[in-house]
Ligand binder design. Sequence first.
Ligand code: FES
Length: 521
Amino acid sequence: MNSETEKIVEFKIHRYDPEADRHYVSTFKVPVKKGMTLLDALLYIKDNFDETLAFRYSCRMGQCGSCGIMVNGKPMLACYTQVLHLNADTLVIEPLPNMPIIKDLVVDIEPFFEKFKLIRPILIKPQEELKKLVEFAQLPDELKKYWDLTLCIKCSICYAACPAVIDERFLGPSALATNYRFLTDSRDQGADLRLRAIADNLWLCTSCNSCTLFCPKEVDASSSVVEERSLIVETGNIPRTVMDVLTSVMRYHNPMGRYPTKRMEWAEGLNLKTYPQVTKADVLYFVCCLTAYDTRHQEIAKSMASLFNRLGIDFAVLGNEEWCCGDHILRLGEKGLFEELAEHNVSMFKKFEANRIVTLSPHCYDAFKNQKPYSDMGLNVQHYTQLLADAIEKGKLAPSKPINKKVTYHDPCFLGKRNGIFEEPRKILESIKGLELVEMKRNRENSFCCGGGAGRVWTEDALVEKRPCVNRVKEALDLGVEVIATACPFCVSTLEDATKVLDVENKIVVKDIAELVKEAL
Ligand code: FES
């Protein structure tokens, strides 16, 4: 180890030999110096250990977008990432997924660029304007609106991270963000063409946020998809399934089209404290539409109510005055309807005196925490897994009845990727006696979306093999687990559907953590 070496890092590189059609792993120990990038390390391996190692690069400064690789399950630019910043002794290096492998770490990025042909990623200019370029120039203020979108270097990292691109109809985050960049440019005259190009596939995006999370240039592709949906919703040219969801929420304040007066049916016989009879409690339990109305999910709502009781928590519900939090509606692009829902719930939160709001759904949690007008209230909001993990840690709750099962945990995107809640659900599961928790390869930040976000739970129309939930259940089946635990009603719904579609209901079951904890008490 020379004096400049900070540490020795093991590189486990997943390789592919196209001539022998063979996948294999090579391991190299690399002396890492300060400032050494992943690309420097790969070049070191090539120069010192194996000159046949294939990987792609060009500019070496985060501009050409050609050096994308997977590192410990996360997509990143090799030239843009310092090895020491990864804080790991072993790095598993793989080629980017969602594109065919050519050799070792080199993938064919043609499928990614193919999608751009459909959106014409150039300014569409009227002929007469071309002749007077000075008048065609743009004010700097306008550029600010889409400045971050111009930073995209087309590296395909977002494409590699995206669960929706397993359906080839989906254009992918980068192409959609580029399309939005032109839609917001007053010089561009191609709005009709641009909206037509995305109208039928835009709805496949699940708003999982992976594209935004992993983008090396911090381009918020996920939000630009929502903005494009908003433009399409304004035209009224939306799929029937999306229209049905929006109409149901408009009429009944829930996406299932059920009567608001039936919202408390799940709690029959439980004698819960309910608004307006009760206007004050320690915890306001926000149940969520799916858990309130769907008979399968009502079991989760009941489990949580019994856990509150077990913990001796003074809690109440808003009853028929609980309206959809609006998260799916916002992600579907119906901003006006979202505001209407949010204003109602905000007015209820003002009328009800509670120390904290506890949600069953990560979607309600995210809306209350991060979306205006909810976020302006500075609400003390908790996801139920935070409350239970805390109770277990403080010894207030001890799941002592063994569940002797092999269980994996599926991270809901709105809990994990969007809010960084990764450990609490795992701590709860680990506290259950007999339960063996095993991780899927794609976990925590790298988790693979169930495909239910942004209303897709109600609008799914992809072929079975192209549904994210089916892909995810297959990953769990490969682990040989008996239970997929999760902490989101929408994940429960999509993953359970996938077990039915795959006809594996007798091999694997999907459970919400609240149900498992109740079972273990
Ligand atoms: Fe060009 Fe990394 S080599 S972006």
